[in-house]
Ligand binder design. Structure first.
Ligand SMILES: Nc1nc2c(ncn2[C@@H]2O[C@H](COP(=O)(O)OP(=O)(O)O)[C@@H](O)[C@H]2O)c(=O)[nH]1
Ligand SMILES: [Mg+2]
Ligand SMILES: [Zn+2]
Length: 385
C-alpha cells in the first residue's frame, strides 16, 4: 500500500486496517438475515447478517462511494470480518486496545473507572468521551457503569466468548490534532485466556492491536496475600495463574507488534503492606518518594515520560520480589525472539479493597488508571495539547 494521507483506520472488531481499495456494506435494517460464515468466525459465535456486498475502490479516491450504496439504507461493514462500522468511521483514527488477564484481576472494574476518568480529564480540554455506537452505550452502562457507580457493588465476571459474541467497546474521544479519534477496548473473559485452546480468526485481533494491556493481580502472590490476611477482607474469588495467561497472550500477539503494558492491578492492596510493621514488604511499599506512592496523572497535561520510566523501574523491582515476578519478567523480556515495546504500570481502580460484594464505604479513589492509555496515546497527539 502506498500513497500519502493518514494510515487507514482499523476495524473495531478484528483490528484489521480498512483497505484503501475495497469497500463492503450491508443494509442497516436488513429484511432478511442469513448465517454469515465470515462474521461468525470473527465473532466466535454463530452470527447472521444481511447480505454483504463488496466493491473495488478506484485508486486515489478516498471519498468514492459505490453507485449501489444508498446512504439512507446502507451501512459500511469491515471487509475482513463484516462488522458494522460506526458512522464516518473511515474518516477517523482508532486506537485499538486488547485487555488480557486471568479472571478477577480487575479488568472490568479498570475499564469502568478508566472511562470515567477519561471523561473527567477531557472536560478540561472541552472535549467529551462518548460511546460511539448503541452497542457500546448499552454495554458500558449495563456491565460497567451501573454496577459500579450506581449500584455501588462489584461487577460480574465478563461472560466467556462462548456465551456472547465478541463486541468491542468503542468510544469517541472527539477531534484532536485535526482528526476524529476513537478508543476501542476489547475486554476478554479471563477464563477464555486461562484455557490454552484459544486460536482462530476470533482471536487474531490481539496481534493487530495497537496495545495489549496485561493485568496482573498481586494478591495472587502467596507471600503478599499471607501478609495481607488480617488487613484486607478475604476474597474467595481467585483466577488462574498469571503466567499461564501471559503465555497465551504472548502466543496470540506473535507475528504482530502491539505495545505491551504489564499492569499491576489492585495496587491499593500492595500499598496496604506499608502498614505491616517491620516486614520486608512494609519497607518496600512505605517509601514516600517512590513513584508508586504518588499519582501525577491528573495534574499533568501530557503523559510524563520520565515519571513513566521511573514507575516502570519500580514496578520491575517490585515484581522481582514477588515470587511470580522473575518468570513474568523473563516472558516479556525474551532473551531471543521478538522484543515488544513494553512498559510496566501499577494501578488501583477502586483505591480501597472492597468488603465482600460491596465497595469500600470510602467509595472509589482511582490511582494511576489513565497512565497506560496515555502512554499509548502520547505519540498520537491525543488527550494533550
Ligand atoms: N482492592 C482492589 N480490588 C479490586 C480492584 N479492582 C477490582 N478489584 C476486585 O477484583 C474483583 C474482580 O474484578 P473484575 O473487574 O470483575 O475482574 P475481571 O474478571 O478481570 O474483569 C472485584 O470483584 C473486586 O473485588 C482494585 O482496584 N482494588
Ligand atoms: Mg471482566
Ligand atoms: Zn473487522
Amino acid at each position: 500500500m502506498t500513497g500519502p494521507g493518514p494510515a487507514p483506520v482499523k476495524c473495531p472488531r478484528c483490528f484489521t486496517a480498512l483497505p484503501h481499495d475495497k469497500v463492503a456494506w450491508t443494509e442497516a435494517t436488513p429484511e432478511s438475515v442469513a448465517h454469515n460464515p465470515t462474521a461468525s468466525a470473527y465473532a466466535g459465535v454463530a452470527t447472521s447478517t444481511g447480505q454483504v456486498h463488496t466493491a473495488n475502490r478506484p485508486e486515489n479516491s478516498p471519498d468514492w462511494i459505490p453507485a449501489s450504496f444508498d446512504v439512507h439504507r446502507h451501512v459500511e461493514v469491515c471487509v475482513t470480518c463484516h462488522y458494522t462500522l460506526p458512522p464516518m468511521w473511515r474518516y477517523g483514527e482508532a486506537t485499538c486496545v486488547a485487555m488480557a488477564g486471568a479472571r478477577y484481576t480487575g479488568k472490568t472494574v479498570f475499564i469502568a473507572v478508566l472511562i470515567k476518568q477519561l471523561q473527567q480529564y477531557t472536560e478540561r480540554f472541552h472535549r467529551e468521551v462518548i460511546p460511539a455506537d448503541d452497542e457500546t452505550a448499552n454495554r458500558y452502562s449495563a456491565i460497567y457503569e451501573t454496577p459500579l457507580f450506581v449500584e455501588r457493588g462489584i461487577v460480574q465476571a465478563t461472560p466467556s466468548a462462548a456465551s456472547e459474541a465478541h463486541h468491542p467497546l468503542i468510544f469517541d474521544l472527539g477531534v484532536w490534532d485535526g482528526l476524529k479519534r476513537f478508543l476501542v477496548i476489547r475486554d476478554v473473559a479471563g477464563e477464555d485466556l486461562e484455557e490454552a485452546k484459544v486460536a482462530g480468526p476470533a482471536w487474531e485481533f490481539f496481534s493487530r492491536a495497537d496495545a495489549v494491556f496485561f493485568l496482573f493481580d498481586p494478591l495472587r502472590v502467596e507471600d503478599v496475600s499471607d501478609q495481607l490476611r488480617d488487613l484486607i477482607p478475604d476474597s474467595s474469588r481467585v483466577g488462574g495463574d498469571p503466567r499461564d495467561v501471559l503465555r497465551v497472550v504472548m502466543r496470540l500477539i506473535s507475528g504482530g507488534n502491539p505495545r505491551l503494558g504489564v499492569i499491576l492491578s489492585k495496587f491499593d492492596a500492595l500499598q496496604e503492606l506499608s502498614r505491616v510493621k517491620n516486614s520486608a514488604w512494609g519497607q518496600v511499599m512505605g517509601h514516600p518518594g517512590a513513584a508508586f506512592n504518588r499519582d501525577p496523572s491528573l495534574v499533568n497535561r501530557s503523559y510524563d515520560e520520565t515519571d513513566g520510566q521511573l514507575l516502570d523501574a519500580e514496578v520491575r523491582s517490585l515484581l522481582q520480589r514477588l515470587r511470580a515476578g522473575p518468570s513474568l519478567l523473563n516472558m516479556v523480556d525474551p532473551v531471543t525472539g521478538q522484543q515488544y515495546h513494553h512498559r510496566f504500570f501499577a494501578v488501583s481502580a477502586l483505591g480501597e479493597s472492597p468488603e465482600g460484594e460491596r465497595l469500600h464505604p470510602n467509595g472509589i479513589s482511582p490511582f494511576r488508571c489513565m497512565d497506560p492509555i496515555r502512554w499509548v496515546l502520547a505519540d498520537r497527539h491525543v488527550l494533550q495539547e
